[in-house]
Design a protein around this ligand. Structure first.
Ligand SMILES: [Zn+2]
Length: 223
């Protein structure tokens, strides 16, 4: 099968297999992702004569039975699906490479359109104010304002992102990422957010703050 398998070719190949043909697309991509994470294991169990730069024709039986359980498929279906998508599995980028590629695309084509890889939205899509009329609490909040903010992250340094504020048009509660504002009252949401607002336009990733705490404990521990 062509290594650059097209959707049309895949569609035709899936048709004779009813269980595979009815597989949701997100399950298929999950199959490819799981198999890709197992590339080293798949290679390790091949004959030494098998070339390492192309996808092996056959899966080791342990991998087949693992994928059989994961996706509730017969071993025949797993082997058939492997045969269809094995080149796509072999060409699948690592998560780090995929993330780096997406980051590059967002920087090149998204920034000037106001589209950033990470955008901070409030955690709610509808009003949470118990005083707001019930009918309105199921309606989508409307966009009130976009702010350019910086997130200090653990793994990716300082990231420029957009923070979106949403507003209930009925009770005028304004929803931010960490809290809501109604009149003069600011109410923080329950739990610890992934990105904690530490200034008007600055956020810090929770993981980074935990790292700071570890560093301070280590630094002051001996005293
Ligand atoms: Zn409301």
């Amino acid at each position: 099968m062509d290594s650059n398998i097209s959707l049309g070719t895949l569609f035709a190949a899936l048709q004779p297999h009813p269980n595979l043909f009815s597989m949701p697309l997100n399950v298929l991509t999950c199959f490819i992702c799981c198999a890709s994470l197992l590339k080293d294991d798949i290679l390790q169990l091949q004959s030494y004569k098998v070339p390492i730069n192309v996808a092996p024709t056959f899966l080791p039986s342990t991998i087949t039975s693992f994928l059989t359980d994961c996706f509730d498929l017969s071993s025949e279906d797993v082997d058939s699906l492997w045969n269809m998508v094995k080149e796509a599995v072999w060409m699948q980028l690592s998560m780090e490479s995929e993330k780096a590629m997406c980051t590059g695309l967002f920087q090149q084509y998204g920034t000037h359109r106001g589209i950033t890889l990470l955008t901070l939205y409030p955690p709610f899509k509808a009003c949470q104010n118990p005083s707001c009329p019930m009918d309105y609490r199921s309606q989508l909040l409307e966009k009130e304002e976009s702010c350019h903010v910086v997130i200090f992250t653990y793994g990716d340094g300082a990231q420029p992102v957009w923070s979106i504020h949403l507003k209930c048009r009925h009770c005028h509660t304004n929803y931010h990422n960490n809290f809501s504002v109604n009149g003069l009252t600011r109410t923080y949401y329950g739990g610890v957010p992934q990105y904690i607002q530490v200034g008007e336009h600055q956020f810090a990733e929770e993981k980074l703050i935990l790292h700071w705490i570890d560093l301070m404990l280590n630094a002051y521990g001996p005293f």
